[in-house]
Design a binder for this molecule. Structure first.
Ligand code: GAL
Length: 335
């Protein structure tokens, strides 16, 4: 072929078609689990132990804001995105009180914030794990904050132990029928419980049962084809451990335990991560993203984010390690 111009066109076209160029090489957006994930401000995303609220075609990623130390005033951050790959830092949406008499003052620990929108009151309601200043992890309470707008600022309301139970690692789940639930580690983390929220999402009802007494944390719930799934971690602090998961046909149980769904290098330590949430991908039924934190205890703000696709076959969940992937994974893999 003595036509260099034709070679210039044909060879790259062939490579692209044949999939010879990886997503990174073509600059197509992709997820890189565990790698530094820079927001549009050029700084690693500081939203840990968090979860994502999707509304008006925008993703709102709420999480622990660790920059400046985990006991300073800014407590919860939000990042926004329209494509899940590129994130803009929206700053602190919940800030600890400067009032030394407040239980929500500087010095308290804020972990695993989650936000739901309440359609009846119009409010955005945040629940999070609160430990009181100077008391280590002994308070074991859940706290509530509210806002009129999704990006805050959120106003601290109160904290409590649901039905008298300790509440540490937690998540919220909003079901299709509008009922919301807190899933929480109680009884010094030996019991995973689920408690229905009041209609305004501001308090716990007495509809509160045990999921399992297996000493688990990091609850990450989702629902597919009418079945409830709950991925959890074991309890080893910031050190990673093996995940497991539970399934149930009724959200109040009974729940059945299943072994570790992770596959690939470091599957027995959840790829050196700990579950925080599962995100249903809008517009892709059956597509769910597993979200985990790769904790760096001495530098929490730089803890990594591990996002991986979940494969569901019958009752079986599989989370397979990928160095890099993108949302088209869900179109190529059976759900
Ligand atoms: C983990 C928990 C984290 C944090 C950490 C502190 O077990 O999941 O949210 O509380 O312990 O050591």
């Amino acid at each position: 072929m003595n036509k260099p111009w034709l070679r210039t066109i044909l060879i790259p076209a062939f490579c692209l078609t044949a999939g010879f160029l990886s997503a990174a090489e073509t600059n197509a957006p992709a997820f890189h689990p565990g790698a530094p994930w820079l927001a549009t401000d050029g700084v690693h995303i500081d939203a840990h132990g968090g979860a994502i609220l999707y509304e008006n075609k925008t993703f709102y990623w709420f999480g622990e804001l660790q920059n400046g130390g985990r006991r300073r005033l800014p407590a919860v951050s939000v990042y926004t995105s329209t494509d899940l790959y590129h994130w803009t830092n929206g700053g602190a949406v919940l800030t600890r009180s400067t009032d030394s008499n407040s239980e929500f003052r500087a010095g308290c620990i804020v972990e695993r914030p989650k936000v739901l929108h309440n359609p009846k009151t119009g409010k955005y309601v945040m629940w999070f794990h609160l430990e009181l200043a100077g008391r280590g992890y002994n308070a074991a309470r859940v706290a509530v904050a509210v806002s009129d707008t999704v990006i805050g600022p959120y106003r601290y309301v109160n904290s409590f132990r649901p039905n008298g139970n300790m509440s540490r690692d937690m998540n919220l789940y909003l079901d299709d029928d509008g009922k919301a639930y807190e899933i929480y580690a109680a009884n010094d983390n030996y019991d995973m419980r689920i408690c229905q929220l009041s209609d305004d999402f501001l308090s716990a009802t007495t509809n509160d049962v045990m999921i399992a007494s297996d000493h688990r944390e990091g609850p990450a719930p989702f629902k597919y084809h009418g079945r409830y799934y709950l991925i959890t971690s074991a309890c080893t602090g910031f050190a990673p451990n093996a995940a497991n998961y539970y399934t149930a046909d009724n959200i109040m149980g009974p729940w059945t335990a299943h072994p570790n769904p992770c596959v690939g290098p470091k599957a027995d330590t959840t790829f050196d991560g700990q579950s925080t949430a599962v995100l249903p991908v809008p517009g892709k039924p059956g597509a769910f993203i597993f979200m985990a934190d790769r904790w760096v205890p001495r530098d929490l703000k730089n803890s990594g984010h591990i996002w991986l696709p979940i494969q569901i076959k019958g009752d079986q969940l599989t989370i397979t390690w990928q160095n890099q992937w993108d949302l088209s994974w869900f179109d190529k893999n059976a759900r």
